[in-house]
Design a protein around this ligand. Structure first.
Ligand SMILES: Nc1nc2c(ncn2[C@@H]2O[C@H](COP(=O)(O)OP(=O)(O)OP(=O)(O)O)[C@@H](O)[C@H]2O)c(=O)[nH]1
Length: 425
């Protein structure tokens, strides 16, 4: 790399000697010479100068006066004061003013000149690189502190926080000195013991990079869903566990809302038919394991067209909502399902109980509906009740049989339920 040296000396002979010495040096120097200091500021602003050699004694002022100007404009340009006198007092004054070195014309030689210039140039380069690295670090720290993501660095041995960003202060509502005495366990209930922590550390070590979803405890003790990205970093002899955590509560809420939109009937707030076949399969399998009964029933409001025709569509809607409430009041076990199949048709899947209890729930719905719904309506049902480990039954087949029984109920005069049991399938 070529270094640019600016020589300011009113003696032409000295300028020529300095230029020749530096040009012949092993290091690559580009030399610019000026007889006086008036254009110093302009040059420093326009050209990158690695080092200025300035003569102490010049007709329009001494070199010392220019030093602070050089330092102000270009703090990482080296300054070497050149003088013909060379006394100790001047040297100490020059260093106080900020020169990087001092060269007396008395013991001027090519090797002395080039070695002083080289040293000053490399010293200033190191200072500049150091300054730039610090500035980059500071910039990085600002970025890290301004990211909304949680950045946490933990000791893999103790799980203690080594360092973290401001987002963690805000999340925990704690000052840094308090956080530094805490560990990852303070923010997460993910691990029940230190053994589980070590197991996790090993998993990250093996995977290199590990991403997972978890809940972190905020300062106000609320649990917030987070996606954590975790990896190992070695600095010197020590290993650190780095976490970068993104708050995914909004994402989870949107996912939940989308799932609701996809699976919920907006009028009755019951679920719709989506995913019902898989759910029936799951319930059927687990009931079969316990040799229990499963009942699938189809309900249809009788003469519903007349309700709409006589009272209007809005009242018809209200009837549907009221019937949903009637079913909710009777079908209440955690595994039970009530869904709107479409129009005025509903599906109930119940499994927790013996056959008589399940049949009774279906009959109670039919009995309760006319008393609870206004304008008064009756309801018909078709159902299938089976001992789950007795017969193989898919949702589609159960639905078809229940639908045939519903047809029978309508055909026989409505306001009733008809059932099929495993013996007849
Ligand atoms: N208000 C309202 N009406 C609906 C909705 N979905 C379907 N319907 C109406 O439900 C009525 C169903 O009529 P039908 O299929 O003839 O049956 P029904 O009058 O109940 O006669 P049966 O089933 O034989 O007792 C139709 O008039 C549909 O327009 C809804 O979301 N809201």
């Amino acid at each position: 790399m070529r270094n640019t040296i600016l020589v300011i000396d009113d003696s032409e002979t000295d300028r020529i000697i300095i230029e020749r010495y530096l040009s012949q040096a092993q290091e690559s120097f580009e030399v610019i010479c000026y007889p006086e200091a008036s254009s110093l500021e302009g040059i420093l602003k326009m050209v990158h100068i690695d080092c200025v050699l300035i003569d102490f004694n010049m007709p329009n002022g001494n070199g010392l006066k220019c030093i602070s100007a050089i330092k102000d404009i270009s703090p990482y340009t080296g300054v070497i004061l050149v003088t013909g006198f060379g006394d100790e007092k001047l040297a100490s004054e020059a260093f106080k003013a900020g020169v990087d070195d001092y060269l007396s014309k008395k013991d001027f030689s090519q090797s002395r000149l080039t070695s002083i210039v080289s040293n000053v140039v490399s010293k200033k380069r190191i200072e500049r690189e150091h300054h730039n690295a610090n500035a980059e670090l500071e910039l990085l720290r600002t970025v890290v502190d301004n990211t909304p993501n949680l950045i946490m660095v933990c000791d893999p041995e103790t799980s203690l926080f080594i360092t973290f960003n401001l987002a963690l202060n805000r999340f925990l509502q704690l000052p840094s000195e308090h956080i530094k005495s805490k560990s990852y366990f303070h923010v997460s209930q993910q691990f029940k013991s230190t053994d589980e922590w070590y197991e996790f550390v090993e998993t990250v070590k093996k995977a290199g990079h590990y991403k997972f979803e978890t809940e972190l405890t905020r300062g106000d003790d609320t649990l917030v869903p987070f996606e954590l990205d975790c990896c190992f970093s070695n600095v010197g002899e020590k290993s650190y566990l780095l976490f970068s955590g993104m708050d995914i509560s909004r994402l989870k809420q949107v996912q939940h809302e989308l799932l609701d939109l996809a699976t919920k009937d907006p009028l009755t707030q019951l679920r719709n038919r989506r995913g019902l076949a898989e759910e029936f399969k799951r319930i059927y399998k687990s009931t079969a394991r316990e040799s229990g009964e499963v009942c699938l029933a189809l309900f249809d409001i009788d003469d519903f067209k007349q309700v709409n025709d006589q009272h209007g569509h809005d009242v018809g809607d209200e009837v549907l909502v009221q019937f949903a409430d009637v079913m909710r009041s009777l079908v209440r076990r955690p595994l039970d399902i009530i869904a709107r199949a479409g129009g005025e048709e509903f599906i109930v899947i119940i499994s927790d109980g013996d056959r008589d209890a399940l049949v009774d729930i279906i009959r109670q719905i039919i009995k309760k509906a006319p008393n609870e719904i206004s304008p008064k309506v009756t309801v018909s049902a078709g159902a299938i009740c089976v001992k789950a480990n007795n017969v193989e039954l898919t949702f589609e087949k159960a639905f078809k049989i229940a639908d045939e029984n519903l047809y029978q109920s309508k055909h026989k005069g409505k306001n009733q339920a008809n059932f099929s049991y495993d013996e007849s399938i």
